[in-house]
Design a protein around this ligand. Sequence first.
Ligand SMILES: *Cc1c(COP(=O)(O)O)cnc(C)c1O
Length: 424
Amino acid sequence: MDYFDYKNGKLFCEDVPVERIADEVGTPAYIYSAATLRHHYRRIAEAFSKLDTMVCFSVKSLSNVHILKLLAEEDSGFDIVSGGELHRVAQAGGDMAKVVYAGVGKTDTELRAAIAADIAYFNVESEAEFENLARLAAEAGKTVRVALRVNPDVDPKTHHYTTTGKKENKFGVDIERAERFFETYGHDANARLDAIHFHLGSPIYSPKPYVEAIGKTMRLIDRLRTRGFEINALDIGGGFAADYKTGDALPAVDYAAEIVPLLDGRKLQLILEPGRQISANSGILLTRVVYVKDGFDRKFIIADAAMTDLVRPAMYGAEHFVWPTNSNEVPKRSPDYAPDGTVLVDVVGGVCESADFLAKDRMLPEVSRGDLMAVFTTGAYGFAQSSQFNSRPRGPEVLVEGDKFRIIRRRETYDDLLGPEMDV
Ligand SMILES: *Cc1c(COP(=O)(O)O)cnc(C)c1O
């Protein structure tokens, strides 16, 4: 569900024809729909409202400060993984009492900043990190709250690069090691260990892996409570899927239907860290056709966007739906969609890598030089994972609200590319 629709043969974002945005800001450009962001945030918050729930938007999926501000105004908390993200949340006016901080490699500088900011939870991933955090908190004369990230060894059935809760992954500590962890560190004066965290990976298209992981962690929490440890929160991470391929993604209520009963009456705050389920469908990447080239068995549509603007196809084999923004029929948003009159194409960028494609083996209507195309479901991990590889300045980010739009990050210039090299 989103607010990108074809009306009278033209793609609109809310009430703005995307062509108008391209004319004004150029291409490639990232377009976000404010209504879609709000819709998805509210849908998750409402689905879990029966419990004491804190929804912490995963900043790494879409980090623009204006987007964070919009979500802060919705009362969202934030899941951060770096000092840079802490800085962004602060600039957005986010409530630090609703910030949770994960990551295996938090540095002293990052920890000190988060201690000073009085964030809600440090999601600690190792003994060494706990000891360092406790030391820095004591130095600052503060008491921080800690959730132990456990590794429930559950297979989320997703790409192995984005699987994070299996035994062999670098994240968290084994459930068996968790009890020893509490024995050793559960009575620290400056780092109060009173919560459990896990993050299984993403995208996860079924509630089942969460149910399995919650089962394992609830048994751990019961054992810890029996031994006198106070456990106040369970953070089940992110990973709720987005609708990359129509029909594959579940709405938040379907996850909630299986998760809420497991936690109802257990005297635990539930913390969620959704990223893509809020941001993915809220964005598209607009790109123009630079050239069309005949290949051996297909056409290559060479776009002015590339893997530098959207790396998910190259990195994870992700399939994003691509379609011209002028289209007399309303396309079905599926990579398998192949109506009459379409031809076999690869949509590629201009970067010197064979992995540089936005879509492979697709059936698309004939397009020509200058035509505008939309790559859908790019709100999450689109701009956020972009780079300047090949010295390509990044395109702008644009936020649409109703019939208005505004640039929330300007297009980079050649001077932006060279800036940090010139003032040395
Ligand atoms: C990446 C990440 C998330 C968000 O994942 P999504 O798939 O975008 O929901 C949440 N929590 C942690 C710890 C993460 O690393």
